[in-house]
Design a binder for this molecule. Structure first.
Ligand SMILES: Nc1ncnc2c1ncn2[C@@H]1O[C@H](COP(=O)(O)OP(=O)(O)OP(=O)(O)O)[C@@H](O)[C@H]1O
Ligand SMILES: [Mg+2]
Length: 641
């Protein structure tokens, strides 16, 4: 492999390490992802079939990039390799293996996220018979359920072993929430991991099948795995048939930023304890950033109390001037205008817009920046804005499709029951739902039952019959040869949705809404089956969206910037209350995570890092510069003085 020559000795040692548990632990930009990709090429060169390799990444985008790189290196030799997110891989496993083994689930289960989860959590909370020990919002209930799931706790274990009385109360909600999910033949995101884990611990034959299928597992961004993901990896890589555990993980404890999603950054530190024969390799040369940028990152992370900070050495010499610029503005608008000016300067010097990124702590901060960029006529792309699939009309059509694919999906049916209006108002739906619950059938099945229609108004009964007939028609189409885009066209036409679109959206949004529906059909053309289309959409996360090749400045949250790099990076909002975020300031754990987040932000830059702050971001309040900014300045003074 001639690309091995371009590696430094530690990187090469990692790529060529004997098969076994290997951890590459190293700071930002030290080539971890690159080493992981080359490790795959190495495994193939020593006889592994691509189809025996499973690469787990954090976003679909990262997975796509990995497949691209391997295609370049290995050509057709990379075919069959599975690279995907934990969730995507678990969906594949579950579609293949869940039916008949976990409750009443079938292979066509829906995946519930966001709103749908919240609705079920709210219903589970409402149905509680005991009084909660404190005022609880559905969001908080959901957070606690999610946390329990990430630790592989069932409702029973949560009720029995939680030291916290609130958690013991939530365990009851968790049980009801889970029952509602199963009735809808639906899983939430955490279930994808949890249920897969349960399936594989309870069915040894299935575990063996998968261990046979994937003999080598690699994980990027390992610091952001949660305990359930870790347990799943441990299970899948258990030594079997005399083969050693082939597990190759790369990560950086300093970049652990998904604590709010239950990631546990101590997992990476325990690797050598969990796998006593592990080989641990550290890399210390940074190939991405110039030294002053790395010094700024170190100035922040060296104060961490939870990770042992490592200083980073820049490989490249070259100019190290004007790598770090700090700017104070009067308010957020002026900060944004200053950024626009800097971008125009760089652009005038011949740099491309896509070499620049603007990072911010919270999503809403993009609004002011967007206004300034529009005003300065600078092309930009907001990653993770209101996603295409979050738009109301798109979600309506998807709800139709989900009921067609999974007739038990009650929430989706409720969404579209009266869209367009067909006499099935709130009361009719409540009545039908009660009937469905009593008879233990799905809401979609209740629609067609004469006994259920008896107590409806004639108009509602007629609406229910019509909808039931339509659903049956579409289910036949989906089971037959109709392609997903044909099916969507038929749904829009026959349901009357298209004709009634004017009632659904305001006149000025109408052209956009039509455009979105067309776009959805285009997306559908790329799939041969309804279920493959729905699956891909369910797994899109805000961090990944389609790559856009146009020359545009990239706008994104720091969280979404993980693993990426640009020559010029603007990190905005270095104020107390913004970064660190005010919500996190009160606790040590909170500040620690903000510190790591800041480290991630700073280490995205290769050539030049622009830091900005303003005391006047929030009206009626004067903000102080971020402690992280103070630390960067203090470190600079220390080194000069
Ligand atoms: N030995 C090397 N020689 C030249 N360039 C390298 C070498 N190793 C890595 N690089 C380059 O350095 C940059 C950072 O590499 P990579 O993205 O793999 O780092 P990373 O450790 O995964 O970073 P992060 O922690 O941000 O995910 C990339 O542009 C990569 O191509
Ligand atoms: Mg990486």
């Amino acid at each position: 492999m001639n690309h091995l020559r371009s590696l430094n000795p530690e990187q090469r040692a990692a790529v060529l390490a004997p098969v076994g548990p290997v951890l590459v632990r190293a700071g930002a930009g030290s080539g971890k992802t690159r080493v992981l990709t080359l490790r795959i090429a190495h495994l193939i060169s020593i006889g592994a079939k691509p189809s025996q390799i499973l690469a787990l990444t954090f976003t679909n985008k990262a997975a796509r990039e990995m497949r691209e790189r391997l295609r370049k290196q290995l050509g057709a030799g990379a075919r069959g390799l599975v690279a995907g997110t934990f969730h995507a891989v678990c969906v594949r496993i579950l579609r293949e293996m869940i039916a008949g083994r976990v409750g009443t689930y079938t292979a066509d289960f829906s995946i519930y996220a966001g709103d749908e989860q919240l609705q079920l959590a709210a219903a589970a909370l409402d149905a509680a018979t005991e009084r909660p020990p404190m005022l609880l919002e559905p969001e908080e209930v959901l957070r606690r359920i999610s946390r329990a799931k990430s630790r592989l706790l069932t409702p029973r274990l949560m009720a029995r072993f939680s030291p916290d009385p609130v958690d013991r109360f939530v365990a009851g909600c968790y049980r009801r929430y889970q029952r509602a999910l199963e009735q809808a033949n639906a899983l939430d995101f955490d279930d994808l991991i949890l249920v897969t884990h349960r399936l594989l611990t309870e069915h040894h034959d299935l575990l063996e099948t998968l261990q046979q299928r994937w003999q080598h597992i690699l994980v990027d961004e390992y610091q952001d795995t949660d305990p359930s993901q870790h347990a799943l990896i441990e299970l899948l890589t258990r030594p079997a048939h005399g083969r050693p555990r082939s597990l190759f993980v790369v990560g950086d404890g300093m970049q652990s930023i998904y604590g709010f999603r239950n990631a546990d950054h101590s997992i990476i530190n325990r690797f050598a304890d969990d796998f006593p024969d592990a080989k641990v390799i550290e890399l210390d040369t940074n190939y991405r950033s110039r030294q002053p940028i790395l010094d700024a990152a170190y100035a922040v992370i060296r104060h961490s109390r939870t990770v042992a900070p490592m200083a980073l050495r820049a490989a490249g010499g070259g100019v190290a001037e004007r790598c770090l610029l700090i700017h104070e503005s009067k308010n957020g608008r002026e900060e944004a205008e200053q950024i626009a000016r800097s971008i125009n300067e760089l652009h005038a010097q011949g740099r491309r817009l896509r070499e620049m990124a603007i990072l911010y702590r919270t999503r809403h901060m993009s609004r002011t920046i967007e206004a300034a960029l529009r005003h300065a006529r600078i092309a930009y792309n907001v990653r993770g804005g209101v996603g295409f699939y979050d738009r109301a009309v798109v979600r309506d059509v998807l709800a139709y499709l989900r009921v067609i694919a999974n007739p038990a999906d009650n929430l989706s049916l409720v969404r579209i029951a009266n869209v367009p209006a067909r006499g099935l108002g709130g009361q009719a739906i409540a009545h039908l739902s009660a009937f469905a619950a009593q008879n233990e059938i799905a809401l979609s099945a209740a629609l067609a039952q004469p006994a259920a229609q008896q107590h409806l108004s004639p108009k509602a009964a007629e609406g229910a019959r019509r909808l039931a007939n339509l659903l049956a028609r579409w289910q036949r189409m989906a089971a037959g040869t109709a392609s997903p885009d044909h099916l969507i066209a038929d749904v829009l036409e026959q349901s009357g949705y298209m004709a009634a679109l004017e009632n659904r959206v305001s006149p000025e949004d109408l052209p956009d809404a039509r455009g979105h529906l067309q776009e959805l059909m285009r997306a559908a053309e790329e799939h041969d089956s309804l279920s493959s289309m729905l699956q891909e959409i369910a797994l899109l996360t805000s961090a990944d969206e389609k790559e856009d090749e146009r020359d545009q400045v990239q706008l994104l949250t720091i969280h979404a910037a993980k693993g990426l790099e640009w020559p010029f990076v603007f990190v905005t909002g270095l104020e107390e209350g913004t970064l660190p975020h005010e919500r996190s300031i009160a606790t040590l754990e909170g500040i620690e995570e903000e510190r790591r987040l800041c480290y991630v932000a700073l280490t995205r830059a290769a050539e030049r890092l622009y830091l900005s702050w303003t005391p006047g971001r929030n009206r009626g309040q004067i903000l102080k510069p971020s402690r992280f900014l103070d630390e960067i300045l203090a470190y600079g003074r220390e080194r000069v003085g």
